[in-house]
Design a protein around this ligand. Structure first.
Ligand SMILES: [Zn+2]
Length: 149
């Protein structure tokens, strides 16, 4: 399985991007992935400029494992952050790894215009918008009675 990426997605990271990618790379070293050995680090920057990291956390049941991207979002929410502008995701794979579908849905909930930076340990960086990775997202839950708050 591979991600199809055109040259337009190759990205020359800014200093801010590098900072975020570094945070994700450092977090990756703390990933708990004894079953897959596939360590993932994610770091996102919220609208106040704070950085929140997440790692994948696996479980012997396998099905209860949670991805780094969602753990980064949950850490941001727990600490009062909102409005992430960008997220960096780092793996050791030769091709920078894209977030899974479940994570795309959780990311778009908080950031319909999120920038996604995919990086590996070789310094390759790809850049996508959440719109490119999740077309026509589900964003409009309506509870019976018409309220969604
Ligand atoms: Zn995921």
């Amino acid at each position: 399985m591979s991600t199809s990426t055109g040259p337009s997605h190759r990205h020359d990271p800014s200093d801010d991007d590098r900072k975020l990618i570094d945070a994700a790379r450092q977090a990756r070293e703390r990933a708990y992935a004894p079953y897959s050995q596939f360590q993932v680090g994610a770091a996102l920057r919220d609208d106040a400029g704070a950085i929140f990291a997440g790692v994948n956390v696996e479980n012997a049941s396998l099905g209860l494992s949670v991805c780094a991207e969602r753990n980064a979002i949950f850490a941001m929410v727990a600490q009062g952050g909102r409005g992430p502008s960008s997220i960096a995701i780092v793996t050791a794979d030769a091709t920078p790894t894209a977030p899974c579908g479940a994570c795309r849905q959780v990311l778009v909930e908080f950031a319909p215009e999120l920038e996604i930076l995919l990086a590996n340990l070789d310094g390759d960086v790809l850049r996508f918008s959440i719109e490119e990775l999740l077309a026509y997202p589900f964003l409009d839950y309506r509870a019976p009675g018409g309220s969604n708050s």
